[in-house]
Design a protein around this ligand. Structure first.
Ligand code: PAF
Length: 273
């Protein structure tokens, strides 16, 4: 595995390779969810690039940038054992200069839900993903459905800027008890982890209601909220794939989303229907 620490080093490494490039951008603290993305990239492409970069511009003041889990040695091993060809591991100065041009999230889709809770977050995500996609120039890039709004905005950016890259959405990976895998799960104490199961339990309830023929968003949300209580719930909502709010679930075009704070940890989860 080649480790590249600058755009130039990455491009030099890629020059020695042939065929399609599968790209998995990450912020490190790799878990089985990331492994699933890397495995899919490995299966579908000749060459696999993973980036590990804790992007400062997507963290708001007071968020967990300084304590975001960093596990260089373990992450490098996971990449190596997963058959990654090139690991892109830049520092902040290799990615950002002074007074730069940035990508802005769209007015509506970028400023509801996660965008409302974390103003400016998606500008940072889109800016760094644009940089990464331009450096790697992949054939396919792999993103998890757990960050559904991020995935939707990245797909829109690639379309709006006529970028010739296939964005591949990948299902959320869960622990056997339903907890969605997230690098931030390490912040949870054992009792908080127990409480956190309410997120996936509420989504299971939503799925069950829809399977039983109840597609009314207001009723599904009320039922989910009763399961989530007494967590500090930020939102429970039902949107279509373009992030327009739905009064009724439309099978094949619906995402049910939840965001809640468990202790001091903010967790998100969703189910695609
Ligand atoms: O989902 C993430 O890990 C990050 O938001 C991403 C896409 C790597 C950009 O920093």
């Amino acid at each position: 595995m080649i480790i590249a620490r600058s755009a130039q080093e990455l491009q030099d490494a890629l020059q020695t390779m042939r065929g399609s490039i599968g790209f998995v951008p990450t912020m490190g603290a790799l878990h089985i969810g990331h492994r699933t993305l890397i495995d899919a990239a490995r299966k579908e492409n000749e060459c696999v690039v993973v980036s590990i970069f804790v992007n400062p511009t997507q963290f708001l003041a007071g968020e967990d940038l300084s304590k975001y889990p960093r596990r260089e040695e373990a992450d490098f091993k996971i990449c190596e054992l997963s058959g990654v060809d090139v690991l892109f591991y830049p520092d902040v100065s290799a990615m950002y200069g002074e007074d730069e041009v940035r990508i802005c999230a769209p007015d509506v889709r970028g400023f509801i839900l996660e965008g409302a809770s974390r103003p400016g977050h998606f500008d940072g995500v889109l800016t760094v993903v644009m940089k990464l996609l331009n450096i790697v120039r992949p054939t396919r890039a792999y993103f998890g459905k757990k960050d559904a709004q991020q995935l939707s905005l990245i797909t829109q950016m690639v379309h709006n800027f006529f970028m010739n890259i296939e964005i591949v959405p990948m299902d959320t990976v869960r622990e056997s008890d339903g907890l969605a895998l997230s690098s931030r799960n390490v912040y949870l104490s054992p009792s908080e982890r127990e409480e956190a199961l309410k997120l996936s339990a509420s989504l299971k309830r939503a799925t069950k209601m829809v399977m039983q023929g109840n597609t009314k968003s207001s009723e599904i949300k009320a039922s989910m909220e009763s399961i989530l209580s007494p967590l500090d719930v930020e939102y429970v909502t039902i949107v279509n794939r373009s992030f327009r709010f739905l009064d009724e679930v439309v099978i094949g075009d619906t995402i049910v989303l939840v965001a809640a704070r468990v202790g001091t940890t903010r967790l998100i989860d969703n189910v695609w229907m």
